[in-house]
Write a new protein. Sequence first.
Length: 64
Amino acid sequence: MYICLCNAVSDKTIREAVRRYQPKSIQHLRQIIPVGKQCGKCIRATREIMDEELQCLPQYKEIA
C-alpha cells in the first residue's frame, strides 16, 4: 500500500529501509527514503510503521 503518494513510497519500502538501516528518528529515515518531503500527510503513518518495525528487530548488545 502506498503511504506517501507524492513520492510513491510504499509501506514495504519503509519497512525494508527500517530493517536495513535502523533509523533512530523520522528525520534519519527521511534522509534514506523520500517520504514526507511534499505535503507531509504521510508522516504519521510512516512513524507508526517505523516504530512497529523497530520493535520487531532483535536487540544487540555491544561487547566491550
